[in-house]
Design a protein around this ligand. Structure first.
Ligand code: SF4
Ligand code: SF4
Length: 395
């Protein structure tokens, strides 16, 4: 059976234009009543990674949120919204992103993304237990509103990754510790989506983020909204748009393997505007396969010597401590010198699992990734032994 992905041109965040594009997309994938019924409690889940202004293109734009909320309110559902950012509390992030104001004006309730409950998921492949935000559990259905962005570990962050925000607060960090291998982590995200079963995904790609996403990248005009009930198909089309092999994005590859969706052209029906008109081969994204991370022993030691390490640029650091707070390993791989918070925090690289949460979260952009000396040394030298060894580590 073919799955529909609507690809809709929208060239600005003008409210009327976005509303028209959202409504057109909803019609093309079967009409809004295909997804909700009057009287149901429906949760909108935008991407609110951190308390950032819409111009940073890190969060779902308020105009997209507004147009979707208006469309769903018109069919008589009880609407709420929420997300649990990696950094900052949910209300601060929603306010800065311009979404709290819109929600208040439209009468969309704020869902509880601070408290939660442990849910056992028998069918989980990688993970059978999740702590889920109360606001998610109280809703009858979820509509996901991801943002089109790159991701330093997983290449692209999209429809599947957006539901990670349904796990409250810093509990998210624990998954990085338990699953440092990107494939395990991605399978956990698939499990989370299989548990939550969002009914529809509407991606904001009018202004996307290329390069160092999901928070430190560069805004990029892509002029597109994508809608689908198949997150794998939607994310795969985004990959094709930016000339990235969908199989190189672990959530897409694994999602297809476990039957959660498809990336095959012959199983996807594109509706809306000509897909070719959105293809942008110059979009900045890493196009080689991901490198899984293995923890422990000699393999971790060698890999640590070959992958970039996070480094604080002391001149930019304001010593706010957010990176220390968020580092998920215990004992921390990034901490204050003997508890002295007047100095720049320092790393213990032997403990660091290279999850790059610290870099993602630093509000000042003070943490960069430094290529290891050993890699620079070998750069350009054709050492068969080294390249075959690194290939083995990536498998
Ligand atoms: S590196 Fe960034 S997050 Fe860490 S203390 Fe400095 S400014 Fe804060
Ligand atoms: S120091 Fe940074 S990259 Fe290393 S484990 Fe902690 S948060 Fe992750």
């Amino acid at each position: 059976m073919m799955v529909k992905v609507a690809v809709i041109r929208c060239e600005s965040y003008d409210d009327d234009k976005v509303r028209e594009a959202v409504n057109r997309g909803l019609e093309l994938i079967g009409g809004i009543k295909e997804f909700v019924s009057p009287g149901e409690k429906i949760l909108l889940k935008p991407n609110l990674l951190a308390a950032d202004v819409p111009e940073k293109c890190c969060t779902t734009h308020p105009s997209v949120f507004k147009a979707v909320a208006e469309a769903f309110l018109q069919v008589g559902v009880n609407l709420s919204y929420g997300d649990s950012p990696a950094l900052h509390n949910p209300s601060a992030a929603a306010k800065k992103a311009g979404i709290a104001d819109i929600a208040e004006k439209l009468g969309v309730e704020t869902a509880d993304f601070v408290n939660g409950e442990e849910i056992y998921f028998e069918e989980g492949i990688q993970n059978k237990k999740f702590f889920i935000a109360k606001g998610v559990l109280e809703a009858d259905g979820l509509i996901s509103l991801p943002k089109l962005k790159t991701h330093f570990l997983a290449k692209m962050t999209g429809s599947i990754k957006n539901q990670f925000g349904c796990v409250p607060g810093e509990l998210k960090g624990e998954f990085h510790v338990r699953m440092p291998n990107i494939n395990d982590f991605s399978m956990m995200l698939i499990d989370l989506n299989r548990l939550l079963k969002p009914r529809l995904y509407i991606m904001d790609g009018i202004m996307a983020m290329e390069g160092g996403g999901p928070r430190r990248g560069t805004p990029k005009k892509m002029n597109v909204l994508l809608l689908s009930k198949d997150p794998i198909a939607l994310d795969a089309m985004v990959c094709k748009m930016v000339n990235l092999d969908p199989k190189y994005v672990p959530t897409v590859k694994l999602g297809k393997e476990v039957g959660f969706g498809t990336y095959l052209d012959e199983e996807i029906e594109l509706v809306g505007d000509p897909f070719e008109s959105f293809i942008d081969p110059a979009f900045v994204v890493k196009r080689e396969p991901v490198k899984p991370f293995y923890q422990g022993g000699i393999v971790q030691f060698v890999r640590n010597a070959l992958v970039p390490k996070p480094l604080i640029q002391s001149k930019k650091c304001l010593k706010c401590g957010e990176c220390v707070r968020l580092c998920p390993v215990k004992p921390k791989a990034l901490d204050w010198h003997s508890g002295n918070k007047t100095k720049v925090p320092n790393y213990k690289y032997s403990r660091c699992i290279r999850c790059y949460c610290c870099q993602e979260i630093c509000p000042e952009g003070a943490i960069s990734l430094k290529e290891p000396i050993v890699k620079n040394f070998f750069k350009g030298r054709k050492l068969a032994v080294l390249s075959s060894f690194t290939r083995k580590l990536r498998r």
